[in-house]
Ligand binder design. Sequence first.
Ligand code: SF4
Length: 116
Amino acid sequence: MKKFTCIVCPVSCILSVDEKDNEVQVNGNQCKRGRVFGVNEYNDPKRMITTTVKIENAKIKRLPVISTDEIPKSRLIELAKELYKITVDTPVLRGDIIVKNIGETGVDIIATRTII
Ligand code: SF4
């Protein structure tokens, strides 16, 4: 059995997840979304990337970015390190793609601020 804290909403239910007869069973969730989270966390945990990249010719030093979808949790550190090496230049518009298909995941990294 594995235990996870559900991060779907602020209630933060503690989930107990186990597998019996090839079916993942979730206990401790107060709603259906928690069950889905528990099953996904057990089978293939994923997270959004939210971080910053270096930006030049701007009043701020780092541009906040986010992934367009979740990526495998096991690759978060590797891909965050890749982003740490990147420098972009102004102007950048919110929603601009900073990295297309990062790490061959099919997920893009986009700017969350406009810096002109
Ligand atoms: S199980 Fe439902 S109520 Fe509990 S933290 Fe997850 S989303 Fe929120």
